[in-house]
Ligand binder design. Structure first.
Ligand code: PMV
Length: 329
């Protein structure tokens, strides 16, 4: 009744921001992401009759409150599916900053979905794992799969799962993450979305425009056009942030270093370097480039004042189970 899974974060190239009114966790717009190798969440789940409640250890720290509540929500779904009644101990570690706009919730709930179902004795089933993860954190539905992954809008038989669009090596793409702050962000994406939906005068325009941007991103991936993919991805991110900034009170995830990093990306591009920016609900700038330009982009971003460090990532695999240790029950 114990299993360990590893999942990677994903970055959305076509962003989702906003949920369908009246729905628990259905996105208002379609999204398309790339799953990244180079950063990971490792999660172990053990169901045990000896426990009197579910327990969560995140990076060695015992958690309660909202973080535990979301984990319990997922465990409840698994218990219902497997016909289990015992509680679980969940131990999770990230090798990158948690809750800071590096999509840690995506890898966290993808790893948890895979580990929890396996620990409950359920067979691997990627669409079911993706649907399960999506019920807790929409973006995590995409981290079940590797490479380029889309998440549409229409549930089928009350399930909405992501699906793969292309293999990790389909395009020569590299991602340089410019980390501008360590530590958690001030406003969670759940809260930020609610505020944007309730108060941004641009929200309806975003919901109308996002499917067209999604189609541009998708077509660029299918045709392996890095320049078109970069341009459409940058547009998606900036249109999403413009919508958030217009919320009341404004939702500004950026710092001064974010703006400097964006300017460095534009300057690099003007001088012939392949570099396009994307930013999630946090201050970090993720630069899309190619293998040829990767080290140049890392040097440029590392030299931006306020950039603490850079992480080099590339398209990677989906969530996987760790093989059982020898001798383990
Ligand atoms: O599903 P959440 O709460 O992790 O929201 C993530 C939203 C963005 O990262 C900003 C965009 C996206 O599509 O991943």
């Amino acid at each position: 009744m114990k299993a360990t899974a590893i999942a990677h974060p994903n970055i959305a190239l076509a962003k989702y921001w906003g949920k369908r009114p009246g729905s628990a966790r259905l996105p208002a717009v379609p999204s398309l992401s790339v799953t990244l190798a180079g950063m990971q969440t490792k999660t172990t789940v053990e169901f045990s009759r000896a426990l009197s409640s579910d327990e969560l250890l995140l990076d060695g720290e015992r958690k309660s409150g909202r973080e535990l509540a979301r984990v319990v929500e997922l465990l409840d779904c698994v218990r219902a599916e497997a016909g289990l009644s015992s509680f679980a101990r969940v131990e999770s570690t990230n090798d990158f900053p948690t809750a800071s706009g590096l999509a840690s919730s995506a890898s966290a709930f993808a790893a948890l979905a895979v580990a929890a179902r396996a620990a409950a004795g359920l067979k691997r089933d990627l669409p079911l794992e993706s649907d399960l993860a999506r019920r807790i954190s929409i973006s995590s539905a995409r981290s079940i799969f590797g490479g380029y992954v889309e998440l549409g809008l229409q549930p089928v038989a009350s399930r909405l799962a992501a699906s793969p669009v292309a293999e990790p090596d389909h395009i020569d793409l590299r991602v340089i993450v410019a980390v501008v702050r360590e530590g958690a962000k001030d406003v969670s994406s759940t809260e930020g979305m609610l505020r944007t939906m309730a108060s941004s005068p641009f929200y309806d325009a975003w919901v109308q425009a996002a499917p067209r941007i999604f189609e541009r991103v998708r077509a660029a991936i299918v045709s392996r056009d890095v320049a078109a993919l970069g341009a459409a991805s940058e547009h998606s991110a900036l249109a999403m942030h413009a919508t958030m900034v217009a919320a009341d009170p404004a939702l500004v995830y950026w710092t001064g270093a974010t703006v400097d990093a964006l300017a460095a990306v534009r300057d690099a591009r003007a001088s012939g370097v392949v570099a396009y920016a994307t930013i999630d609900a946090g201050p970090h700038v993720k630069v899309l480039t190619t293998s040829t330009h990767e080290s140049r982009v890392a040097a440029i971003m590392g030299a931006v004042p306020g950039v603490k460090r850079v992480i080099a990532a590339r398209p990677g695999e989906g969530a996987r189970l760790e093989p059982r240790e020898r001798g383990a029950p």
